[in-house]
Design a protein around this ligand. Sequence first.
Ligand code: NAD
Ligand code: MG
Length: 376
Amino acid sequence: MEEKAAVKKVVIFGATGSIGTQTVDVVKQLGGFEVVGISFGSNIEIASRIMRDLGVEYYFSKKDIGFGKRCQSVDELLEKTSPDIVVCAIPGFEGVKTTFSALRYAKRIALATKEALVCAGPFVKDLARENNVELIPVDSEHSAIFQLYEPHIEKILITASGGAVRDVPLERISELKPSDILKHPTWSMGGRITVDSATMVNKLFEVIEAHELFNLEYGRIDVKINRLSFIHGIVFLKDGVIKIHAGKPDMRIPIAYALTYPERKYHSYVADVEEFDLTLFDVERERYPLFFYGLELTKDNDDLAWRIALNAADEVAVNAFLNREIMFTDIEKVVRMTIEYILKQNISVQSIEDVYEIDNLARSYALKYVEKEVKK
Ligand code: NAD
Ligand code: MG
């Protein structure tokens, strides 16, 4: 007789967001997973719906939803629920902190929060190794490479859509408002990552994420534009074989894979040949200056300090842009100035405490810079 697989206990961090709610969809279709706890920021309505819909027992949030068991901290949520899998889907530095908590309790992390690898990659990987936690990427490009991965790799390629500015005449980019930038051509995602797609800071994060996840030198990671986000990743093997991972852009597919790996259980739309878009374009230098600025920094600086500053400053700048305090093109200024300031301090990051300290330092510098220099 076939043994019935045990139900896997799942905790979702950032349950009410784009990745969080799509995880809920996936869990419902798959079966065999029980969502035992969620965390969220402020959307009580969606959180209540998820709790009721899936019969979730525990939650952590600054807001009280009036039923279920409310925990006082993320750690308490993890202690009470002992999850097999934690889906980390909180953006920004808050996401980094909560990923560290997950690393102490989970057997597997389905990692959407790329910021954790950008700001603290080596520490995240050490903790995962020490605590025997499987780290499975949710980011579509990294899920693609993860699925194609084998030794003997010459190089990899990840794709970008080019975000909301890709077809806008260069001289008009500075006039773009949050509502223009939030119109992503291929994916529907949270605010921060949608703005980051337009500056391609998101792709810079993803190059760093790939460098950390697959232990590849930066010189072996290439980026091209694929307008329909049909190709997600390509692996070039030393024997000349090229493996391409493609499919319609739908985050539920990599989310499901991170939950069911090494099995594949999710059912989704299968594209027809007529829908294949295999054309790749170069990334335009003048259109995405921050992306190229960051790539330059990866070349001779393997320290974490500038990466932490990049995340902190970008978080501050994107918020200010979404609050209509600065222009779209000011994001670049805030990020560059903050990174230059942090690099001047010559701090080498030796511990997780150092990561927190530099985040703090960079964040306050960026906030001050926005206030003094660029605010309209
Ligand atoms: P989102 O803005 O849609 O959702 C964020 C979630 O985190 C919400 O539930 C929000 O309540 C919660 N949250 C925010 N701040 C919080 C805080 N301080 N404490 C507790 N909860 C908090 O974001 P998203 O698009 O789902 O992205 C989540 C992460 O996944 C990001 O790191 C992003 O880069 C990554 N990611 C997203 C996509 C995508 O398609 N959306 C794709 C790849 C990677
Ligand atoms: Mg991605």
